[in-house]
Write a protein that binds this ligand. Structure first.
Ligand code: GDP
Ligand code: MG
Length: 166
């Protein structure tokens, strides 16, 4: 059985926990808190002919900077950087956290999720912002944990990339 750890990284209240909950829903395997302020969910996904157990690490509480602590990131096969489309500063935060994550664990597959797509009319993040980011070669998705839009595909695409990377 293949098992892969994926971390959620991003500023406070961008929707990290909501995305994980949307994704795992009823298919949840196990859930627990540890003394390092992390909630861990598991979900089995099928990619091609492979069954992969995703071990999803999500920070409990408000400290996004913990996200780049080595203890949180260690062993990650990949990570999801999450920003909130309604708050442009969270995009800058995601870019910064990415740099720090790479410094901590090196290059592993990641995707940027700009969340709260259901609130698109009120977004501060513009198409131009996202084009600039895509020009860096980043995979970018617009998600809504509220409607479920593009959530499953974001996790599955990251998993595919992780399987191809090894
Ligand atoms: P976290 O701090 O990154 O884990 O963020 P949470 O998952 O706790 O979400 C922060 C707030 O944003 C909560 O009030 C959520 O209900 C809300 N939220 C999360 N995702 C979405 C979304 O896709 N759309 C909307 N409209 N609200 C969202
Ligand atoms: Mg959270």
């Amino acid at each position: 059985m293949i098992q892969k750890k994926i971390c959620l990284i991003g500023a406070f209240a961008v929707g990290k926990t909501s995305l994980v909950q949307r994704f795992v829903k009823s298919m949840f395997a196990e859930k627990y808190h540890t003394n390092i302020g992390v909630k861990i969910d598991k979900k089995i996904v099928t990619v091609g002919e492979s069954e992969v157990t995703l071990v999803l690490w999500d920070l409990v509480g408000q400290d996004e900077f913990k996200a780049v602590e080595i203890g949180y990131l260690r062993g990650s096969a990949g990570y999801l950087l999450v920003a909130d489309g309604t708050r442009r500063a969270t995009l800058e935060c995601a870019v910064d956290l990415h740099t720090r994550a790479q410094d901590a664990i090196g290059r592993v597959p990641f995707r940027l999720l700009v969340n709260k797509a259901d609130l698109a009319p009120t977004w501060e993040v513009t198409d131009e912002d996202l084009i600039k980011i895509a020009e860096r070669g980043w995979a970018v998705g617009r998600t809504s944990a509220k409607t479920g839009d593009h959530v499953e595909s974001a996790f599955v695409s990251l998993t595919q990339e992780i399987l191809q990377a090894k």
